[in-house]
Design a protein around this ligand. Structure first.
Ligand SMILES: [Zn+2]
Length: 389
């Protein structure tokens, strides 16, 4: 990732082998394969939720919204027996996660009791470590941000110790007065590359002091809460619901893309998918601080006007849409939020020009509704995703 005023001297040349970064061991008892990023078992009250069926039931109740749903409906939708549903609901209600809200409409016999989620029963913390801004928020079980704190930082110059001290302090303030047992964990999103499974950072451009840092375990150690880490762009794509084939493009001193294809988040072999900014559009173009030349990011950074920058991004997105057959692009990050109409118009214009049949290959382009909170909200969503299965 680079800024729109890149320092060509910074960063490592392409093809540089990854650091022999220290690897952390998987949490005992949990698989370490893709999609099984561990939540350390410290602190949070996850015992009930580790049950797959309970997680499925909880997800169904959440999907029903404030209107609630009945035990009969839950049995029908989950395929579980009425007896199993009854047991699970009893446990979840006892844990304060569900409440018997009210009685539904009768269809002749006794009207069913409707169950609904208690959003404030548990909390997930979402953190975005931006290059110059720290965002920390607390999300309820529905994924709504209940409190947000934002502070200036200098990720590269300060180094891990100072930044993580501040992060811990801010999380403590955010959780002040709440029992730690009600906090499910802390998701942290930041620029890649990183190994999401191992929870370790890898040669983040311009951030040598962070290379090889076992950030996930460091978060867990400092906060006494389970931690997860994620690339900022991938967290962004988890910040809201949308098409099963969509990209979240993060523009904040750099370009990255988080991908959902066929309804599943795509992280790739090393959880490093989405290095969208370093696809080469013009080998004879300006040098990128990744060491290559003519990367999208370098062309975007060198663009003379926001309109031209939006045009460069549009070209790269047209490639992405054609490669992956996406039908939705969500834009986030400060550069976009500073000039949303310019980016929306520029990207739509290029997509219409580049796609062979733009009417058939219709692509929705929008700005993330959660604005500057999108990435941190997606980081909290990582924690919630473990709860709802
Ligand atoms: Zn590059």
């Amino acid at each position: 990732m680079t800024s729109r005023s890149p320092d060509p001297a910074a960063g490592s040349p392409p093809g540089t082998p990854p650091d022999p970064a220290p690897r952390t061991s998987p949490v005992p008892g949990r698989p370490a394969g893709p999609g099984a990023a561990p939540i350390a078992p410290s602190g949070a009250n996850l015992s009930t939720l580790r049950d797959h069926n309970a997680a499925a039931v909880l997800a169904l109740v959440r999907a029903a919204g404030p209107a609630g749903t009945s035990r009969v409906e839950l049995a029908r939708e989950s395929g579980l027996t009425a007896q199993a549903i009854s047991k699970i609901v009893h446990r979840l209600t006892g844990d304060g996660l569900l409440v018997e809200a009210h009685r539904g409409a009768s269809t002749g016999g006794k009207p069913p009791t409707l169950l609904s989620l208690v959003p404030e029963a548990r909390w997930a913390v979402g953190v975005q470590l931006g290059r110059d801004t720290l965002t920390v928020l607390r999300a309820d079980l529905t994924g709504r941000a209940a409190a947000v704190r934002r502070l200036p930082i200098d990720l590269a110059a300060w180094g891990p110790a100072r930044v993580l001290d501040l992060l811990a302090e801010q999380v403590d303030l955010l959780l002040s007065g709440l029992p730690r047992a009600d906090v499910l964990g802390v998701g942290v999103a930041l620029p890649g590359p990183l190994d999401q499974h191992a929870g370790v950072l890898h040669q983040v451009t311009g951030m040598r002091a962070w290379d090889g840092l076992p950030l996930r375990d460091e978060i867990a150690r400092r906060l006494g809460l389970p931690g997860l880490i994620e690339k900022d762009s991938t967290a962004g794509v988890l910040s809201g619901l949308g098409s099963p084939n969509r990209a979240f493009v993060h523009l904040d001193q750099g370009l990255g893309a988080g991908l959902v294809l066929g309804g599943a988040v795509q992280r790739g072999a090393r959880t490093n998918a989405g290095e969208f900014g370093h696809q080469v559009l013009d080998p004879a173009g300006p040098r990128c601080r990744c060491g290559s030349t003519g990367c999208v990011e370098a062309l975007w950074a060198a663009a003379a006007t926001p309109e031209a920058a939006a045009g460069v991004l549009g070209e790269a997105l047209a490639n992405l849409v054609r490669l992956l057959d996406l039908d939705e692009i969500v834009l986030g990050g400060r550069e976009v939020l500073d000039a949303p109409e310019v980016y929306l118009a520029g990207i739509r214009r290029v997509l219409t020009a580049r796609l062979p049949d733009p009417a058939w290959q219709s692509v929705t382009v929008s700005v993330a509704p959660s604005g500057p909170d999108a990435v941190a909200l997606g980081a909290a969503g990582l924690i919630l995703a473990r709860v709802f299965g």
